[in-house]
Design a protein around this ligand. Structure first.
Ligand SMILES: [Zn+2]
Ligand SMILES: [Zn+2]
Ligand SMILES: [Zn+2]
Length: 142
């Protein structure tokens, strides 16, 4: 289990300890190649932490999302979580709730000029694309 120094530092800076529970949760998030629901994480985490409750897992996920160690993608029927390693954005299907990670980021100095004009220091931003995934699109047209 390897939790990166960056993550440990973010936890420390935010006043949180790297508990065994958090270590397992972070490690589980890292093992998934796409955003997963809290329920899916629960089933995976339970292999290492048989006594963890859904409540405890959920509280920890909220902490990790709050300090931006994890991304929380709000989806009807079950938010998805992933490790926030490389900055990127998401596409969410309005019909089936499927989430796709999109490479890259279109936000540059031009989009931030209004914030700069107002003397704001921007640290984060959210951008979400939504519509219909390939499957739902075909179903709609067919
Ligand atoms: Zn879909
Ligand atoms: Zn993603
Ligand atoms: Zn971005």
């Amino acid at each position: 289990m390897n939790v990166s120094h960056e993550i440990i530092q973010v936890l420390k800076d935010s006043g949180y300890k790297l508990t065994r529970q958090r270590r397992v949760i972070i490690d589980t998030l890292a093992k998934n190649s796409k955003p997963v629901t809290a329920q899916e994480i629960f089933l995976q985490v339970r292999k290492d932490l048989p006594s963890i409750s859904q409540d405890t897992l959920y509280r920890n996920l909220e902490v990790l999302a709050f300090i931006r160690v994890a991304n929380r993608i709000r989806v009807r029927g079950g938010d998805r979580f992933e490790l926030a390693e490389h900055h990127h954005h998401h596409f969410v299907c309005l019909k089936c709730g499927d989430v796709k990670c999109l490479k890259g980021c279109p936000i540059g100095p031009q989009q931030l000029s209004e914030a700069n004009k107002n003397n704001l220091e921007v640290l984060y931003h959210n951008l979400e694309l939504s519509g219909y995934c390939e499957k739902c699109r075909h179903r709609r047209e067919g």
